[in-house]
Write a protein that binds this ligand. Structure first.
Ligand SMILES: [Zn+2]
Ligand SMILES: [Zn+2]
Length: 255
């Protein structure tokens, strides 16, 4: 099904209804402002980018003053961060998402997102063990929230009613549509001067492979996607592609 989000314009809530939207169309709407031009994107989001840096400072200050790890951190800062991410990347359309601190996630899990009635519930871990600086942890939390916000956006707005839509969405919610959006969000955060961002896309791709395997489907990104979104190394198979096979052969045979 074709999408109806006019590119470059903020979609209305009605035009965002899932029955209109293939994951492909959503990816295009979300990523086209970022892909357009770095300078234009920065000019259009200047106020939010400034607020993002103020948020990072405020959160790091709060962490620095916390007595020990697992201190319950301010919920106000969490809500502010989600609102900023929503304004920066999702046309402010994440109004139905609620965000909470959650204790007791396994060590390697940073967050999860699930529908809860009419709302989307995002949980992020509040475990700060002091092993990295408050400033680094503030960036980490920002990217956890951006990662989960992508899921929340999908849950609310993306079509899963057709085979092609479902495939783009993915078996674990980390299909290629998610990857393409996550890639551009990472890039935009870099434009905004937030260093060292990772929306853990490689691990998400492996989660996707495992979830598809449970459905009896072999999933692997295409060679083009591996080159574009994973820098040439497939996170699923470990296979390394180069932009030009001739270059690889040249190097191999010292042509
Ligand atoms: Zn995820
Ligand atoms: Zn569809």
């Amino acid at each position: 099904m074709a999408g109806h989000i006019p590119l470059g314009n903020k979609p209305t809530t009605t035009s965002l209804h899932p029955s209109f939207h293939s994951p492909k169309a959503i990816v295009q709407a979300i990523t086209s402002p970022i892909k357009g031009s770095k300078h234009r994107w920065l000019a259009e989001t200047a106020a939010e980018v400034r607020s993002l840096h103020l948020w990072l400072e405020a959160f790091a200050r709060e962490l620095a003053s916390a007595q020990a790890h697992q201190t319950p951190l301010s919920s106000r800062l969490l809500v502010e961060c989600l609102a900023l991410v929503s304004d920066l990347f999702f046309f402010g359309a994440l109004a139905n998402a609620r965000i909470h601190w959650e204790a007791g996630f396994p060590r390697n899990v940073n967050g999860c997102t699930e529908p809860e009635g009419d709302e989307i519930r995002i949980n992020v871990t509040n475990a700060y063990d002091g092993n990295i600086s408050p400033e680094r942890y503030a960036v980490k939390l920002l990217v956890f929230i951006a990662h989960e916000a992508l899921h929340a956006f999908w849950v609310q707005y993306a079509c899963r009613g057709h085979d092609a839509c479902w495939e783009e969405w993915g078996a674990s919610g980390h299909g290629m549509a998610w990857q393409r959006m996550a890639f551009e969000v990472e890039r935009a955060l870099e434009y905004a001067g937030v260093e060292g961002v990772s929306l853990v896309r490689a691990a998400a791709a492996r989660e996707e492979r495992d979830a598809f395997r449970d459905e009896g489907v072999v999933w692997s990104p295409s060679r083009e996607d591996v080159l574009r979104y994973f820098g040439g190394r497939c996170p699923v198979s470990g296979r390394v592609y180069t932009r030009d096979w001739r270059d690889k052969l040249k190097a191999l045979f010292k042509w």
